[in-house]
Write a protein that binds this ligand. Structure first.
Ligand code: TEU
Length: 657
């Protein structure tokens, strides 16, 4: 279906991409001032290339007073000096491009900083900025309405010069822009073009479903944000943005849209029509919270699965999913959905499989690839996030006990995701030679990139194997997802299938072993295990490492897919055991599906005892299994390739070609 000039081809780079989110303040500090910067990202590009990243989403890097750590922009066309200069940015675009990595910026245009020149002019009533923001006179000597800010307190602040209040769905230092004013929208389109001309490959759009405001004479005592989202105007303005900036530009665009349903996704990100390429759902991020994010609710695997799979099945053929389990606003996934104690490594690998093998574009948040955990700083003085500090202050004012507040903060604070990236066991986890802007998680001596790189069985190499597998197997990108065992209290399992046959993913999201009886029709079908989180993963990032196939009864069968992957002519990048790659590494060729134009060649059989050894694994030869059930250990994850449907049982001696 096309609508005038809106047809989009089925395949797109951003559907096949692995996106890595960087929170620049906490990624790597090259200048030694304790705050991460663009030179720090530059220094880690080879690491990201070796991980298999295709695009980097940078959280805001624009000039900002930092009230909400960059999500309060005071100049959209300037790099904040803490992060570097425009020249640093342009160099980063070039160097990333040389490694096949594209840069995606954070577009924060629902609101600006109150220190943006537009707002200064608006406060003074200077035209045309007078109406760039949302001003209302008070009612009965009070606020225009009873809306509350997401960060606590009223959503309105009074300005004597205007004898009026301005709306801020977030902090008073983040006044909402008035998108009803065409001049505001044109300003936004101009600044988007400014960055696209600098080689930016797309935008993550901050709270973009809040830009269309309804009538404000709403008497509801509510979080204002919840009262404005998904207004018809939001869709209209995004359509206009599409026509004005995005159409035909082959960009990655993903809207951050709290409070949406799959049906909203059909409209915001309709396949082939847009206006956006994807949206971030939030429903799967609410299954373990009560009325507010600070009130816990029991985490229920069945409920979580239902939400994940409803989105997968409802978006099939209608919209392209954006996948994430963590980001700079959410607690660390292994602590929240897994286990950050005894089973941390297994659980982090399992969550990696869940993130990277569902249908959609995966967004990996910095540190997830090494299984970084939540932090439990003892004092509120160690925290920096405005939302967390406001929650604590308001709680104390209401007489809530310190330990109650700190327990909630340990569980859900955004700072859990914002502690510095853990590069080594050295000082400050190798993040900075200065004093970090926020303390490092004390577990950095155990959990860090250097240690993970040296350990072939680390979470990091499991991510690399999964990412490489996804790049080499079309079914793991475009294949339909078929949910299995919806009611199993521990096992999350699904098929990914395309014309080349199904893949089976089975995950035991619990600390106790469990037996999962395979449902008909997959029970007893020939399948071969391609990856699990119990063994050292095959080096699928190396195209010479075969991916097993499951047909050919009774024989250990492995067929290789060759081609693509390795940097053209470059040495193998980042074999386990070596030091993590540092700057000055090798550019990666453009990534299309490795093995396109592939040919099949048989390799090695099972070991003398028929049991598979790590060596066999590396050589990619696994036993063909016909399981009726899986006995899965704590947080065990397995990925199987199944024989294609209609696979006919081969009679002994029938052609082995
Ligand atoms: O987040 C919007 C949003 O969903 C968050 O406010 C979320 O509800 C909250 O953080 C959960 O704890 C975006 C940005 O991702 C966030 O960092 C900004 O603070 C916010 O918008 C305002 O720009």
């Amino acid at each position: 279906m096309t609508m005038e000039g809106r047809a989009r081809p089925e395949r797109a780079w951003w559907k096949e991409a692995i996106v890595y989110q960087i929170y620049p303040r906490s990624f790597f500090d090259a200048s030694g001032d304790g705050v991460g910067d663009l030179a720090g990202v530059l220094a880690k590009l080879d690491y990201l290339q070796a991980l298999g990243v295709d695009a980097v989403w940078l959280s805001p890097i624009y000039r900002s007073p930092g009230a909400d750590h960059g999500y309060d922009v005071s100049d959209y066309r300037e790099i904040d000096p803490q992060f570097g200069t425009m020249a640093d940015f342009e160099r980063l675009v070039r160097e990333a491009d040389a490694r096949g990595i594209r840069l995606v910026l954070d577009l924060v245009v629902n609101h600006t900083s109150d220190e943006h020149p537009w707002f200064y002019a608006s406060r003074q009533g200077i035209v045309p900025y007078r109406d760039f923001y949302i001003w209302r006179t008070g009612k009965n000597g009070g606020l225009p309405n009873r809306w509350r800010s997401v960060f606590g307190g009223p959503a309105w602040t009074y300005v004597p010069e205007r004898n009026a209040y301005y709306l801020h769905l977030f902090s008073p230092k983040q006044p909402d822009l008035n998108w009803d004013l065409p001049a505001v929208r044109q300003e936004v389109y101009r600044l988007m073009r400014f960055w696209l001309e600098k080689g930016v490959a797309g935008f993550r759009m901050d709270v973009i479903n809040a830009i269309g405001k309804p009538e404000l004479d709403d008497e509801t005592d509510a979080v204002g944000f919840e009262r404005v989202i998904n207004h018809p105007k939001a869709f209209r303005y995004l359509e206009e943005m599409y026509e004005a900036v995005l159409k035909g530009a082959d960009l990655l665009t993903v809207g951050e849209t709290p409070g949406v349903t799959p049906e909203h996704a059909w409209r915001y990100a309709a396949l082939g029509r847009g206006p956006l390429g994807m949206i971030f759902p939030f429903e799967h991020m609410t299954v373990d919270i009560g009325a507010t994010k600070w009130e816990p609710a029991p985490f229920d695997v069945v409920r979580w699965k239902r939400v994940l799979f409803r989105w997968q099945t409802k978006l099939e053929g209608r919209a392209w999913p954006a996948l994430y389990l963590g980001n700079h606003d959410q607690p660390r996934p292994v602590s929240r959905f897994g286990d950050d104690g005894e089973y941390r490594v297994a659980a982090a690998k399992l969550l990696a499989a869940l993130l990277l093998l569902q249908k959609g574009t995966p967004f990996v948040y910095q540190g997830e690839e090494i299984g970084m955990t939540n932090v439990r700083f003892p004092s509120i003085d160690d925290y920096r996030d405005i939302e967390t500090l406001n929650f604590y202050r308001e709680g104390r004012e209401r007489g809530v006990a310190e330990e109650t507040l700190m327990a909630a903060i340990h569980r859900m604070s955004r700072d859990n995701a914002r502690t510095p990236m853990q590069w080594s066991a050295g000082k400050n986890a190798g993040f900075t030679s200065g004093t970090p802007w926020i303390r490092v998680n004390p577990n950095y001596r155990e959990i860090n990139v250097e240690a993970a790189w040296a350990d072939p069985e680390s979470v990091l190499h499991f991510y690399r194997a999964l990412i490489a597998l996804r790049k080499r197997v079309p079914a793991l990108v475009y294949g339909r997802l078929v949910p299995l065992c919806p009611d199993d209290p521990a096992v999350i399992a699904f098929l990914r299938e395309d014309e080349a046959g199904p893949w089976l993913v089975a995950l035991n999201l619990s600390p106790v072993p469990t037996t999962w009886p395979l449902p008909r029709p997959i029970a007893g079908r020939p399948m071969v295990r391609v990856l699990d989180n119990r063994h050292r993963p095959p080096a699928y990032w190396d195209p010479a490492t075969p991916i097993p196939v499951a047909w050919g009864d009774g024989e250990a069968a492995a067929f290789a897919e060759v081609g693509g992957g390795k940097a053209a002519g470059g040495p193998e990048i980042g074999a386990p055991g070596e030091r993590p790659p540092e700057r000055g590494g090798h550019g990666a060729g453009p990534s299309t599906f490795a093995g396109e134009g592939r040919r099949e060649t048989p390799v090695g059989a099972a070991g003398p005892d028929g049991k598979q050894t790590a060596a066999d694994v590396r050589r990619g030869s696994w036993e063909v299994e016909r399981p009726e059930a899986f006995r899965l250990g704590p947080y065990e994850a397995r990925v199987y390739r199944m024989a294609p449907p209609g696979h006919r049982r081969r009679r002994p001696g029938e052609g082995d070609g």
